[in-house]
Design a protein around this ligand. Structure first.
Ligand code: FAD
Ligand code: SF4
Length: 356
């Protein structure tokens, strides 16, 4: 697609943005990151310089996602990967005291620490407003937002996790929605239980995947942090549109980094080539393949009923009573191994029928 055609479909002036793509050179580290690990690479640099990083991690029991402030590489592991549900804005600090993420961030800025805040666009917007309202010194604050169409509800996540624990009669000890079983795509949900058993299925074939695609927070359908209104220094996401014949490809994930400010460029300069492979990328091409930078998803007609059903009857009921095809319902209702057996049986039956 040529640049003129890009300009027609991108409804804001993107020409001042600078765009880069990249991936972690270490394959094991890359496999643990959601996309190309841009956020992890930047966070590592902040920590090497004595700074702190704010991001989302699962709680110890994996029942919710919550913001956390980390200052070392071990804890940074907890932030890796996408959390596709709402993230609590409280942080548990010393003596089990609970503080808002904003007030912990204020403490860090007041201590003159280098601070990297990574979050969804609206959370970054809230941090920016908090700092402005309180007239905080922000020379050492770097803001990175994650390209998004919105997370699904915390209730969906909680129900999904509770149901799995009930079914597998064991506590969860590892949970990810971006497991790279076959490389970057398709993403898998991968869950490990204390019993040693594992649950694994393609994310978008799961009830969770359905809710993530069709049931995000109400405000996400009218998001105020798109296009020219990103409040971050840099936006990170997946470099959708890239194919294996193009420069910068990595089968295990590639990030896109869309830089808006001088401070965003500073983050790019911090990246160490030995750790992180980085290339300049075409902004128009990146945006054309990732409309969520400037567009909202459309709310489904069954949105309200789905939310009511999730609260009153549970996630499984809600998906089964959504206006989707019978084939799709079978996909969501049956465990993946049963579907595989059915497909194999169908192919065998077809072969036998052809012979008679
Ligand atoms: C709800 C949601 C929707 C998304 N939709 C899109 C999309 O439409 N298009 C696209 O290109 N990319 C989307 N992404 C972003 C993508 O999934 C990756 O999170 C992003 O590319 C960063 O990958 P990475 O490899 O650089 O990060 P990693 O190195 O894996 O680190 C992940 C970082 O993201 C932060 N993070 C993860 N989940 C959350 C969360 N819920 N709230 C706040 N911070 C979080 C973590 O704290 C961590 O710092 C979405 C992410 C989320 C959470
Ligand atoms: S779509 Fe907008 S409102 Fe929804 S989580 Fe993302 S930034 Fe926030």
């Amino acid at each position: 697609m040529d640049k003129q055609n890009h300009q027609k479909s991108i409804p804001f002036d993107y020409t001042r943005l600078h765009t880069y793509s990249g991936y972690l050179n270490d394959k094991d580290k890359l496999l643990k990151s959601a996309s190309g690990g841009a956020v992890t690479a930047i966070a590592e640099e902040i920590i090497y310089r004595g700074g702190v990083v704010f991001g989302a991690s699962y709680s110890k029991d994996f029942k919710r996602s919550e913001y956390r402030c980390v200052d070392n590489l071990d804890d940074l592991e907890l932030l890796k990967g996408s959390k596709y549900c709402e993230t609590a804005k409280e942080i548990i600090v010393e003596n089990n005291q609970v503080k808002s993420v904003f007030s912990v961030l204020e403490d860090m800025l007041n201590e003159d620490r280098l601070v990297l805040f990574v979050g969804l666009g609206c959370d970054v917007g809230a941090v920016r407003s908090y700092c402005d309202n309180k007239r905080l010194k922000t020379e050492k604050l770097f803001l990175v937002d994650i390209l998004c169409h919105g997370p699904t509800s915390a209730t969906v996540h909680r129900q999904f996790v509770d149901n799995l624990e009930k079914k597998y009669k064991s506590k969860i000890q590892q949970f990810t929605v971006r497991y790279k079983k076959e490389g970057w795509t398709p993403p898998y949900i991968h869950v490990e239980f204390e019993s040693g058993r594992v649950y694994e299925t393609r994310f978008y074939d799961s009830l969770y995947g359905f809710a993530f695609s069709n049931f995000t927070r109400e405000s996400c359908y009218n998001c105020k942090f798109k296009g020219e209104n990103h409040k971050s220094d840099m936006t990170c996401g997946d470099y959708w549109g890239l194919t294996n014949s193009m420069s910068g490809w990595n089968e295990n994930g590639v990030s896109i980094m869309i830089v808006k400010t001088e401070r965003g460029e500073e983050l790019i300069k911090m990246l160490d080539g030995a750790n992180y492979h980085i290339e300049e990328a075409d902004t128009a091409f990146a945006l054309e393949n990732n409309h969520m930078y400037f567009e909202c998803n459309k709310k489904k007609a069954y949105y309200n009923q789905f939310g009511k059903d999730v609260s009153e009857r549970g996630l499984f009921y809600a998906v089964m009573h959504s206006p989707i095809s019978v084939k799709a319902k079978v996909k969501y209702a049956l465990p993946k191994n049963v579907i595989d057996v059915l497909i194999r049986t169908k192919h065998k039956a077809k072969k036998i029928l052809r012979k008679v």
